[in-house]
Design a protein around this ligand. Structure first.
Ligand code: GRF
Length: 202
């Protein structure tokens, strides 16, 4: 059984999907034991507390530079004996120190079919606004390993979602969440936890 930390910044619907999946027995090799938020107003913190999950807030602006922030993140994860990390709507940058400490053990959900509409500046609604502006007919979500390149790590899972006439960024975001993100993230989380638990080569 692996200890999972979920890192959040916003509403926490992906965290909720993970909590619900764990309760439904869909993540048998992992247990969400910590939620790390980048700010203290994230509703994701309420979701964690409602489910008895320990929470901690680590704010980037409380540290003088990226290295100090990274050290605080690694110390927090180690103090809670975390084996793997899930970024679920997390908006702070994780530097080299964190990536190295959890090489191939950090996964992220991105709301497009990488390599489209990803990288610096593509997050949240902006991703869907870009997809609608480009006029793509199909978008979706991607779960990938996190490395030093924003949204550049190995792709683990993807799921396509069709754009519908009259879609706004908000209606599209909701559909991508419902039809892709909330399905893929728990699946990928279990896959990595299982690999770690069984010591399999990735
Ligand atoms: C959403 O845009 C989602 O696509 C992305 O992060 C944002 C917030 O997600 N992964 P959540 O509701 O906080 O999980």
């Amino acid at each position: 059984m692996r200890n999972i930390a979920v890192m959040v910044s916003g509403g926490g619907t992906n965290l909720q999907a993970l909590i619900d999946a764990e309760k439904a027995g869909k993540i048998p090799h992992g247990k969400i034991t910590l939620v790390v938020a980048s700010n203290d107003s994230a509703y994701a913190l309420e979701r964690a507390k409602n489910n008895g999950i320990e929470t901690v807030v680590v704010k980037r602006k409380a540290y003088e530079n990226q290295d100090a922030f990274d050290d605080a993140i690694v110390e927090t994860l180690h103090a809670h004996h975390i084996d793997m990390v899930v970024l679920a709507g997390y908006l702070s940058i994780l530097g080299e120190t964190v990536i190295q400490a959890y090489r191939d053990r950090i996964i992220n959900i991105h709301p497009s079919l990488i390599p489209s509409f990803c990288g610096k500046g593509f997050y949240g609604l902006k991703v869907h606004e870009a997809a609608l502006a480009r006029g793509v007919k199909v978008t979706g979500a991607t779960v990938h390993l996190v490395n030093e390149i924003p949204d550049g790590g190995r792709i683990l899972k993807q799921k396509a979602v069709y754009i519908e006439d009259g879609d706004t960024a908000e209606t599209l975001q909701r559909r991508v969440m419902e039809q892709a993100e909330w399905i893929l993230l728990p699946e990928a989380c279990e896959d990595i936890a299982k690999q770690l638990d069984e010591g399999e080569d990735k």
